[in-house]
Every structure is written in structure tokens, then in C-alpha cells.
Design a binder for this molecule. Structure first.
Ligand SMILES: *Cc1c(COP(=O)(O)O)cnc(C)c1O
Length: 308
């Protein structure tokens, strides 16, 4: 039994009427730990346990850490998550709710991650949030489900952080024979590490992350995400934080589902009718979800954008 669920795939009436296209939603926000990450992380944790892992270690205070904590609880193995001091009280609460040991260490993710590495014993498995072939293999199952349930879309819209979701979706498209279905890879300004890679011709590190979409805040995309863009049609789109926040608010009204700005970024491409999608009749949006932002937080951020 996989640790993820088969999520609903539905046509969005509000988005279809707005755009004049047929807009389909893959509702990964409905995964039990709140995002698509459980597909890849659940698969990786299952494999690592088969290989003898006795404990899972993560350094993500976001949806990846939550997925590891959930997977550990399901598989009956302890989980340790090392997070920096900047991690919100809510994220720590959610991790504790899943029964994970939360260690707060250092002022940045780099420091927390370094500390996590020093904890690793021979029987521990470290779960990377986006750079692991087992993750991509697990994420690809969402496209298998789409291929079983419906016909080929004219484009897939998704958001990009470190590029694990992109790598998994492209793997899924290719293994279902959908080599010609283009992917629109959306990021927010201040977290546009995929666009930086496209412009440089190889993955490069951003100096800093300045977007409120923290789940997209990988300074550099993984090599595989870059490789995908060489072997599959992938287009890059960067939108402002305010568009991602507005999309969260509109999606909550339209579909009664609260998602993080990281997911709002992909939705914004449809709400704001990105020109890259203009020629498509059927658009598939990966509603990747995210459990770490409350509606109060989203509205506070939106208020700050209006003042700026
Ligand atoms: C992790 C995450 C992303 C980005 O995924 P990557 O694999 O890092 O590109 C986007 N949205 C949400 C909600 C996430 O948790």
C-alpha cells in the first residue's frame, strides 16, 4: 500500500469559464499531510525501510518534513526533523502532531541541515526534499493517475522550488507517452531558481530568497530539473508574490480549499491567463497544496504587499 492517496481530478468550472479553456485540477492539496510531497517521500521512506533504515531524518520545516513525519508514523519508525530558529510555531506544531522529534538548531536552513547531517548514524535514512530519484519516481504517480482517468492535456501547470515536482511530473509524462505535452514551470519573484538556470544555461545558486512562498525557496534547482528542461518542452514563468497570494484567496472562494502561496503561484498562471497557455484547449493544473500557511498569514502578507 502506498502512503499517498489517489487524489481527485476534476474540471474547474470557475477557472474554465474565466479562461475560456477546459481547466482540470489534480488536487494534491488533499493528500493527508497536505501536499504532493508524500508521493515521493512516502515511496522513498518505504524503500529505505526495506533497505534496513531504523529512523528517518529531515531538515525541512515545511511540507517535506511533514511528509517524512507522516511516513514515519505510518511505517512505525521514529523521525527526527532539524529546523532553524526561523521556523514558524505552526510548522513545529504540525511536525509534533505527527509525532516527530523536532530539534531547533541554527539561524538558517544551512545550519539546521548541517546539524542534521552530523546526527546520521548507519541505520538512519536522510530524506532530501527534492533531489532524490526515488522522490521523482513517487511524484510521477500523479501523472499515471491522470493518464488512467482522462485524455491528454495540452499543457501542465505546476510550481517549482528545487525542481522535484517538475522532475517527477516530466518522468510521469514521458512514461505515459506524453512526450509532447509542455510544462509551464511557475515560480515567484525572489525564488526564481529555475528561471536563473534557464538564463545561465545550467543550475546556479541565487544569492538569497526574498519571496514569501517559502516552499519555493530553494536557492538552486537540482540537476535533474535542468535535465528535464533539455529533454522535454518546459517553459518558465515568474510571477509576483501578490499574484500568488491573490490566487490563494480566489481558489479558497472558488473551491473551498486553502493552499500555500507556493501553490497559488501555479494557480495564478491560470487566473491571470498567462500568454504561454493562450493556445491550449485543455490545461491541467497540479494543485500541489501546502499545509504551513494559515488564511490569517496569507491575508497579512497580502496587506503588506498592498502597502509596499
Ligand atoms: C515542495 C513544494 C513545492 C515545490 O516543489 P519542488 O519539488 O521543491 O520543486 C511547491 N509547492 C508546495 C506546496 C511544496 O510543498
Amino acid at each position: 500500500m502506498p502512503l499517498h492517496i489517489e487524489t481527485p481530478l476534476m474540471e474547474s468550472r470557475p477557472l474554465s469559464v474565466l479562461s475560456g479553456q477546459s481547466v482540470w485540477l489534480k488536487l494534491e492539496a488533499l493528500q493527508v499531510p497536505g501536499s504532493f510531497k508524500i508521493r515521493g517521500i512516502g515511496h522513498a521512506c518505504t524503500v529505505y525501510r526495506q533497505r534496513g533504515a531504523q529512523r528517518f531524518v529531515s531538515s525541512s520545516g515545511g511540507n517535506a518534513g511533514l511528509a517524512v513525519a507522516y511516513a514515519g508514523r505510518c511505517l512505525g519508525l521514529p523521525v527526527t526533523v532539524v529546523v532553524p530558529e526561523t521556523t514558524t510555531a505552526r510548522a513545529k506544531e504540525l511536525l509534533a502532531l505527527e509525532g516527530a522529534d523536532v530539534i531547533v538548531h541554527g539561524s538558517s536552513w544551512q545550519e539546521a541541515n548541517q546539524h542534521a547531517q552530523t546526527l546520521l548514524g548507519a541505520s538512519d535514512a536522510f530524506l532530501h526534499p527534492f533531489d532524490d530519484p526515488l522522490l521523482w519516481e513517487g511524484h510521477a504517480t500523479m501523472i499515471d493517475e491522470v493518464a488512467r482517468a482522462s485524455g491528454k492535456p495540452d499543457a501542465v501547470v505546476l510550481s517549482v522550488g528545487g525542481g522535484g515536482l517538475l522532475s517527477g511530473v516530466v518522468a510521469g509524462l514521458q512514461r505515459n507517452g506524453w512526450h509532447d505535452v509542455p510544462v509551464l514551470a511557475v515560480e515567484t519573484e525572489g525564488a526564481a531558481s529555475f528561471q536563473a538556470a534557464v538564463q545561465a544555461g545550467h543550475p546556479v545558486a541565487l544569492e538569497r530568497i526574498s519571496s514569501i512562498a517559502t516552499s519555493l525557496g530553494a536557492k538552486q534547482v537540482c540537476e535533474q530539473a535542468w535535465h528535464c528542461a533539455q529533454t522535454h518542452p518546459v517553459h518558465s514563468l515568474v510571477i509576483p508574490d501578490r499574484s500568488a497570494l491573490a490566487a490563494c484567496e480566489r481558489f479558497l472562494t472558488d473551491h473551498r480549499i486553502l493552499v500555500e502561496p507556493a501553490c497559488g503561484a501555479a494557480l495564478a498562471a491560470v487566473y491571470e491567463q498567462a500568454t504561454a497557455l493562450a493556445a491550449c484547449r485543455k490545461v491541467l493544473v497540479i494543485v500541489c497544496g501546502g499545509a504551513t500557511a494559515t488564511i490569517d498569514q496569507i491575508r497579512t502578507w497580502a496587506g503588506q504587499q498592498d502597502q509596499a
